[in-house]
Ligand binder design. Structure first.
Ligand code: HEC
Ligand code: HEC
Ligand code: HEC
Ligand code: HEC
Ligand code: HEC
Ligand code: HEC
Ligand code: HEC
Ligand code: HEC
Ligand code: HEC
Ligand code: HEC
Ligand code: HEC
Ligand code: HEC
Length: 264
């Protein structure tokens, strides 16, 4: 080492100090440049294998040495921060990139803990808007409690709830409930009355036991579309009786009883 320094000093004296500085500055980069990505695999097997199988755009758009500059022999930190190349969007302002992207050599293998909401909002805002504008217990459930483990996973309701009736499938749940606004219940006109009967057995029993034509109708034919809608008789029957009679008895129910049991 001392011998080498001496040699360089002598060389420096001979050629001038300017040349020395230039030499020291160029030596390291040229050494690093001599290592090509093909060399890495001679000493490392895991990283090249990961990149090869699932490196995605870290495989196609860049190479090992775009990230790991100058190794060896330079004794520097050759682990790059993600921000070297990803910056200036809300997503890239997040802390701890590698808590989710936990292997930079397979960047789209993403693992999620079950308490995440804010990081999701760097890309998805629509769902949060729905959850907030339609307050329900789901507003307090973290996104990744439902969309768990793997990005894009869609949960079944039955993971957390039992169905109202045994025969209900997950698809049925979604015909009445939207997951991000579960209390805004809407349903199609062909919804089987049994689905309503799960909670309204009294109305159901009364209707099917009655002797009038309303029993042929589905609950959803009268209580259209949105839960808790109450129809007016005139929606379907218009004005069936003379106006004079209706002035005297303004309510249809005065003579016809209940919609579910006209007899009463
Ligand atoms: C001649 C063998 C050899 C070659 C070729 C080689 N490395 Fe290394 N590399 C090592 C050794 C030895 C270590 C230290 C391992 C340890 O500390 O466990 C290391 C460590 C590393 C580390 C970890 C550094 C840290 O701070 O933890 C990275 C990253 C790395 N090498 C990348 C590369 C890349 C990229 C290439 C190809 C451009 C490459 N290596 C080529 C031998 C080599
Ligand atoms: C997108 C940038 C990026 C690319 C491209 C990349 N790495 Fe890495 N590499 C990293 C980061 C970041 C770490 C630190 C990982 C950690 O802390 O767990 C790392 C860690 C390493 C390590 C040490 C830890 C380990 O996994 O053994 C080695 C060795 C390594 N890389 C080699 C390579 C090789 C070889 C290539 C090319 C085949 C490569 N890297 C491509 C970013 C990259
Ligand atoms: C040397 C530059 C560089 C570094 C450092 C780097 N990346 Fe990348 N990364 C790229 C490029 C280039 C792309 C492809 C174009 C783009 O998406 O910007 C990319 C793409 C990605 C993708 C999308 C992959 C795909 O196939 O669509 C993810 C995820 C990613 N990077 C995560 C990370 C994370 C996490 C880190 C830090 C551990 C990191 N990157 C560090 C350059 C880099
Ligand atoms: C809470 C988990 C999480 C954290 C933290 C996180 N990401 Fe992501 N990232 C994701 C998910 C999920 C995707 C979407 C992947 C997809 O589209 O398949 C993604 C996509 C990406 C992409 C590709 C799409 C794009 O917008 O370019 C890049 C690049 C990226 N992340 C880089 C980063 C960087 C850099 C950091 C740290 C500043 C980071 N991520 C922090 C979860 C995370
Ligand atoms: C970097 C941006 C980014 C981040 C962060 C991100 N996503 Fe995504 N997400 C996407 C993209 C892009 C898609 C694909 C959209 C498409 O296919 O139309 C997607 C799709 C989804 C899907 C739909 C999958 C399907 O089958 O329709 C769900 C669910 C999802 N993300 C949940 C989440 C959750 C939960 C988080 C937070 C842990 C999150 N995302 C974080 C970009 C992101
Ligand atoms: C109670 C469970 C639950 C919670 C909490 C939840 N989701 Fe969902 N999400 C679902 C279900 C179930 C679907 C599938 C809906 C379908 O197939 O019609 C879905 C669908 C999605 C989709 C696909 C596109 C769409 O809107 O249908 C995205 C993106 C998404 N959720 C993101 C999020 C984000 C971001 C959060 C947090 C702000 C979140 N979700 C909270 C259950 C949930
Ligand atoms: C990760 C668990 C989870 C999943 C998956 C889930 N929920 Fe929930 N849900 C909850 C929790 C927690 C509550 C509040 C406590 C309770 O009622 O059990 C809740 C409450 C509800 C409520 C009552 C809301 C209120 O404010 O009273 C409805 C309706 C509901 N869920 C429907 C659904 C439907 C439909 C699905 C499928 C699309 C679903 N949930 C999927 C966790 C979940
Ligand atoms: C025919 C429409 C319909 C179907 C199908 C349906 N629900 Fe409901 N659900 C409702 C109505 C209406 C409420 C009451 C909402 C309220 O209290 O305002 C409700 C309430 C709930 C609640 C709140 C707690 C409770 O029991 O009152 C949960 C949880 C729930 N549904 C989960 C589910 C699940 C899971 C499925 C699928 C197996 C499902 N629902 C299918 C209409 C339906
Ligand atoms: C999970 C249980 C559940 C299911 C399933 C359900 N409901 Fe309800 N329903 C309720 C609750 C709870 C109320 C509120 C009761 C109260 O406030 O006294 C209600 C109230 C009603 C009301 C009365 C509104 C008012 O102003 O008095 C009507 C009408 C109604 N439901 C129709 C239906 C129809 C039609 C279906 C099937 C498409 C249905 N419900 C399915 C739980 C349910
Ligand atoms: C012919 C139209 C019609 C049909 C079919 C019908 N309803 Fe109703 N329902 C009404 C009307 C109108 C009211 C308001 C009270 C009245 O005038 O009798 C009502 C009231 C209700 C109420 C609130 C008062 C109460 O009785 O508890 C519930 C709950 C209800 N219906 C549920 C149902 C269910 C469940 C079914 C199917 C089994 C059903 N309805 C079928 C028209 C109908
Ligand atoms: C969604 C439409 C709808 C609503 C709302 C409705 N009805 Fe009807 N109603 C019918 C239909 C359909 C019939 C059968 C007509 C036929 O077959 O000729 C019927 C039949 C009747 C009949 C004759 C019964 C029979 O067995 O012959 C009476 C009386 C009647 N409705 C009264 C009422 C009253 C009172 C109300 C309000 C409390 C009401 N309806 C609300 C659709 C409706
Ligand atoms: C003063 C008592 C009274 C009132 C109030 C009344 N009705 Fe009637 N309605 C009758 C009588 C009586 C009949 C004939 C009964 C029969 O034929 O069985 C009848 C018959 C009907 C029929 C059956 C016609 C047919 O073709 O069989 C319908 C539908 C009807 N009414 C609807 C209504 C509606 C809707 C209202 C409120 C706007 C109403 N009624 C108010 C006494 C009344």
């Amino acid at each position: 080492m001392i011998g080498r320094m001496k040699g360089i000093m002598t060389l420096a004296c001979f050629l001038g100090a300017g040349f020395l500085v230039a030499t020291l500055l160029t030596v390291q980069p040229s050494f690093a440049a001599a290592l090509s990505p093909d060399d890495c695999i001679k000493c490392h097997d895991q990283a090249p294998m990961d990149i090869d199988t699932d490196g995605r755009r870290h495989k196609t758009d860049i190479t090992c040495v775009d990230c790991h500059e100058g190794h060896p022999p330079r004794d520097l930190d050759i682990i790059p921060p993600c921000s070297n190349c990803h910056a200036d969007t809300p997503h890239f302002e997040l802390e701890g990139c590698m808590t989710c992207h936990n292997n930079p050599h397979t960047p789209l293998t993403i693992s999620l803990t079950d308490n995440l909401t804010d990081p999701c909002l760097t890309c998805h805002t629509e769902q949060m808007a729905q959850l907030q504008q339609n307050q329900s217990a789901h507003t307090q459930v973290a996104c990744s409690k439902c969309h768990r483990e793997k990005h894009g996973f869609i949960p079944e309701c039955s993971h957390c709830h039992s169905p109202h009736t045994e025969e209900m499938t997950n698809q049925d749940c979604l015909t009445c409930h939207m997951p991000h606004m579960p209390l805004a219940v809407t349903y199609p006109e062909d919804t089987p009355s049994k689905s309503c009967a799960a909670c309204h057995d009294e109305a159901y029993e009364l209707l099917i036991a009655s002797q009038y034509k309303h029993k042929e109708l589905l609950c959803a034919t009268c209580h259209k579309e949105k839960h808790m809608t109450i129809p007016k008789c005139s929606d379907c029957h218009g004005s069936p009786h003379p106006a004079a009679m209706m002035t005297k008895f303004p309510n249809c129910g005065d003579c016809h009883g209940l919609a579910h049991d006209l007899n009463k």
